[in-house]
Design a protein around this ligand. Structure first.
Ligand code: ZN
Length: 136
């Protein structure tokens, strides 16, 4: 399914000069996944959220929904109440970054999410000032 927002944004931003390869890199730490009985632990979840600069509750909600496994936050750890394939988990975290951290205009990661009102959130880029609606 093609995201309508993406198409719209591509059109809106088509005429803005692109900021190519600033050389700035965004590196997520390796995701430390641990299976414990019927549970799956992400040991460095807090660190991952720090690097992404997103609320752990927001990230865990996204992951639980995507993976269809309930989770709870325990200090710096995230605990899934079920088995989760670690490669799938990593790919979902990358999805989150692509959708909710990376600026679609300049491809940087210096962004934050701001609530316009109860139902509307926007991803704001601190590098280029772009604002994009997000569903989170
Ligand atoms: Zn930007």
């Amino acid at each position: 399914m093609k995201d309508e927002y993406d198409t719209l944004l591509e059109r809106v931003y088509k005429n803005i000069p692109k900021h190519e390869g600033s050389g700035e890199r965004f590196e997520l730490p390796d995701v430390e996944v641990l299976e414990q009985g019927n549970k799956t632990l992400v040991r460095n979840f807090g660190d991952l959220c720090d690097v992404m600069r997103r609320e752990p509750a927001v990230v865990s909600k996204f992951l639980s929904k995507e993976l269809a496994v309930p989770s709870s936050i325990d200090g710096k750890r995230l605990i899934f109440n079920g088995k989760v394939d670690s490669r799938l988990l990593v790919s979902k975290i990358q999805d989150f970054v692509g959708k909710f951290v990376k600026c679609k205009v300049c491809n940087r990661y210096d962004t934050h999410i701001s609530s316009v009102d109860r139902n509307t959130k926007v991803l704001i880029c601190e590098a280029c000032g772009a604002r994009a609606p997000v569903r989170l």
